[in-house]
Each structure stands twice: as C-alpha cells, then as structure tokens.
Design a binder for this molecule. Structure first.
Ligand code: NCD
Length: 320
C-alpha cells in the first residue's frame, strides 16, 4: 500500500502510485457495493462527521453511504441548523466538533483553502469534499475510475474538459490527476470562462467545440456554475447551448467510442442535451455516481488505516 497521508485535501499532493492504490481498492468496493449485503466492519467504532457548508445532494449522500457501508458511525451536520448561522467561525465549529473525538471529518466549504486550514486545527483525518474553486479530489478520483473501467486504462488518453472551467474545482482536480497519469487534456469553453493561468497546466485551449472535440476519447462536461458568477459571463443560456452545449452534432467529432461524463447536477439544455445525457451507449453519468460511493469508501478506509497506524505508533512511543 502506498497511500500514507493523514488527510486527503487535493489531487495536488498525490503521487501516481497513491492514485493507483486508491483506484485499485475502489474497484473492490464496486463489487462489494453490488452485493445484497453490503456492510463491512473496517471502520467499526470510528466516527465520521460530514460538514457541508455548501448545498450538496449526491456528494453528501455518497459520503454518508460510504461511511455506513464501512461500519462507521456517521453524523451529518446540517449547516442550516448549525451555529455557523449564528456567526460562529469555521475554525470554532471545527474545534467544537474536534472535542467530540471524530476520527474523520468530511468537509465541503465555499471558500478555497478553507479545508486545508481546518486540517491544521484538528487531530483527526480530514477529507476535502470540495472547497470553493480549488479542489474536489474524490470527484477526480471517481472520474478516473469511471474512465479506467470504460477504457481499460487511465493513461495515454485525450480528454476534453468543456464549459465553465473558471469556476470549477472539478476541472482543476481532473486536470491535475489526468496530467499526473500522462493523459492529454484539452480545455474547451468561452474565453470568459477560461482562467487566465491555464497555459501553465500544459493543456491545449479551444473556444470551438467541434475543433476541440476532434478525436478525443473522453468528453467531460461541466455545469455552468451560476452561483459562482457575479456578472455577464455568457450572453444567454440559449446562445451558450448553441455554441458549447454538447449535442449529437458536436459529439460526432469525438472518437466513435468516446464516453460522455458530467459530475452532476446537470443543466439539461444548457451545457448538455438531455438525449445525449440519457444515451447509455455514450453516457457514463450513472456509472460516475456508482463509482463515487466506491472511491469514497476506498479513501475513507485508507485514511482510517493510516490514522490507526499513527495512533498505534504514538501509543508505543508514549510507552517507552
Ligand atoms: C460538483 C461540485 O460540487 O463541485 N458537483 C458534485 O460534486 N457532484 C460540480 C458542480 O457543482 O457543478
């Protein structure tokens, strides 16, 4: 096993070997989750707290199921009812929870870097479930697992990431992961939704879908993140769909066996045509959801193993 980290904060900190370790274990959890009885005791007696400061449906459900299938006691902290609404800071909330001895904190926050900061203040394992526009490591890992299972490999592929790159932590984590695993990445989107420093990631940039999709193996669509936009980034949704929405006509430029991905939630008719999203010959969007639970199980399991080993070493040192 080569994954020895205390926290999972971003793809940035992972080596290719660590990524492979997570994906290999996740493959086993895919089979496990397809059984009728899907309960392990890997985390029996351990406590997992999910702190979601941003709305989430699938990611929170996925982390909750993952923890429960591993036998952890899982608590969801609903921010709507929490002291955060009364003015408490993120760090105070974290310290309060830390005093209750959780073993794992799963955190989503609207500010980039908030999860890293929190990890410095607590003595349990912290898993980043998305921080601002920064990183969403488990999304990139589940996307990698989906690609590896569909294509038989996760290197030497050409992957197009399309749409609202600027506001997307999914794009950033995927870009990092796909680069580390030696894939070619193309970013396609309007210049207004393309971050300024993209060139340093070593990817090609396009503002035309047909040119950008020519010959790609994977088409990854992104949601237009309206909640992170504060001005006129696009003329209209209709116009956006016409130029950048994935439809059969544009998809025809990709390889014949190219797969279509979307992290969800989807804006049908804005970034993707509903027929393409539902086409089980091309779309792996439902597989992504399934892989999500398995990847999160693998990450939680590995972090728990590392935490137990660390505590074991500390106990031995305290003894001598
Ligand atoms: C993504 C996110 O929250 O960053 N969704 C998700 O995790 N399922 C992408 C998005 O919100 O568009």
């Amino acid at each position: 096993m080569s994954f020895r980290a205390r926290h999972l904060l971003g793809i940035e900190h992972l080596a290719p070997d660590e990524i492979r370790t997570i994906l290999d274990l996740a493959d086993r959890y895919v089979e496990f989750s397809r059984r009728t009885v899907k309960k392990s005791d890997a985390l029996a007696g351990m406590t997992q707290i999910n702190m979601f400061f941003e709305n989430s449906t699938r990611t929170q459900a996925s982390f909750e199921l993952a923890g429960k299938r591993l036998g952890a006691d899982v608590m969801n902290m609903s921010v709507a009812q929490s002291s955060v609404k009364k003015g408490e800071t993120l760090i105070d909330t974290a310290l309060t929870l830390n005093a209750m001895h959780p073993d794992l904190l799963v955190v989503r926050h609207h500010a980039s870097g908030a999860v890293n900061l929190l990890a410095e203040k607590v003595n349990c394992a912290v898993l980043n479930a998305g921080d601002g526009r920064h990183e969403h490591p488990t999304q990139a890992l589940l996307d990698a697992l989906t690609i590896r299972r569909a294509k038989g490999r996760i290197q030497g592929l050409t992957v197009a990431i399309c749409g609202d790159i600027q506001h997307s932590r999914v794009a950033r984590s995927n870009l990092l992961l796909l680069g580390k695993m030696d894939n070619r990445v193309r970013l396609i989107g309007p210049p207004t939704l393309m971050p300024s420093g993209v060139a340093e990631f070593g990817c090609e940039v396009f503002d035309d879908m047909k040119a950008g999709l020519a010959g790609v193996d994977v088409v990854m669509m992104l949601r237009l993140q309206k909640e992170r936009m504060d001005g006129g980034f696009i003329p209209s949704e209709r116009e956006y769909f016409h130029r950048f929405g994935l439809d059969a006509d544009k998809l025809a430029h990709a390889k014949e066996d190219a797969i279509v991905m979307h992290p969800g939630p989807m804006n049908r008719g804005v970034e993707i045509d509903g027929t393409i999203a539902d086409d089980i010959q091309r779309s792996v969007i439902q597989e992504q959801v399934e892989m999500g639970v398995a990847v999160r199980m693998a990450c939680i399991d590995l972090l728990a193993q590392n935490l137990r080993a660390e505590r074991g070493r500390a106990a031995v040192e305290a003894d001598v």
